[in-house]
Design a protein around this ligand. Structure first.
Ligand SMILES: [Ca+2]
Length: 234
């Protein structure tokens, strides 16, 4: 029966399997607070009930801040973090938040950056763009592919946002995550912790800490709920 079982496994949609991929930091572990990080998960704005201390209480309620705070980076290259948000009528805006080389602790409330009220349940997508290389000796050159926008979320072919570059060229088979360049976990305070990898070249270290930031009041996207562990589903 081994052969039919294997066939069944391989016949599952690869996107479903891929979304539950776990990234375990193999270096710079001090950069992370989360125990477990997942590759390519998507998130919704909870508008959590006030009085809940900003934590998910199993339902949507009064709107609360979406505070995005830079933890740090281990990047030579400079990149910009943006958010992509849709209004209730489907109008989409991209708003700049900060660069990876801004001071750790730099913090913005995403609601104040967008020109419309962010609806409860809206999917919040983060976008990271490399904008400059570095001058010191030994610094790798950036390619046009490195500078293409990278998006949080599953990055499937039919998704609204999909990073153009793929990591399936990596020599290490454990570092092949398709078009996904972000990881996310939940920190001890209950907030989400995101990281992006900036380098798309085959020698990339794939450690996802070229910008690391936390976000309040987001909840796991409905399409991820059955695929990711209780670390992210609350
Ligand atoms: Ca890296």
């Amino acid at each position: 029966m081994r052969f039919p079982t294997a066939l069944m496994l391989f016949s599952l949609p690869s996107g479903l399997l891929a979304q539950s991929a776990i990234y375990v930091p193999y270096r710079n572990s001090a950069m992370w607070s989360s125990d477990t990080l997942y590759v390519g998960a998507s998130f919704l704005y909870t508008g959590a009930a006030s009085g809940g201390g900003g934590k998910w209480k199993g339902g949507f309620g009064t709107l609360e801040p979406i505070t995005v705070t830079l933890k740090g980076n281990e990047a030579g290259w400079t990149g910009e973090l943006w958010a992509v948000v849709q209004s209730a009528t489907g109008k989409e805006e991209e708003v700049f938040l900060f660069t990876n080389h801004d001071a750790p602790g730099t913090s913005v409330d995403l609601r104040t950056k967008v020109s419309f009220p962010i609806p409860t349940g809206a999917e919040i997508t983060f976008m990271y763009k490399v904008v400059a290389g570095c001058a010191f000796f030994g610094c790798w050159s950036i390619t046009p592919e490195d500078q293409l926008p990278k998006y949080s979320g599953p990055n499937r072919g039919y998704d609204r946002h999909r990073s153009a570059a793929t990591s399936d060229i990596m020599p290490n088979p454990n570092w092949r995550f398709g078009n996904r360049w972000s990881v996310v976990g939940r920190d001890k305070d209950g907030n989400l912790e995101f990281g992006f990898e900036d380098c798309t070249q085959a020698f990339s270290d794939m450690d996802f800490d070229d910008v690391v930031f936390t976000v309040t009041n987001l909840e796991i996207g409905i399409f991820n709920r059955k695929l990711l562990s209780k670390d992210l589903v609350r």
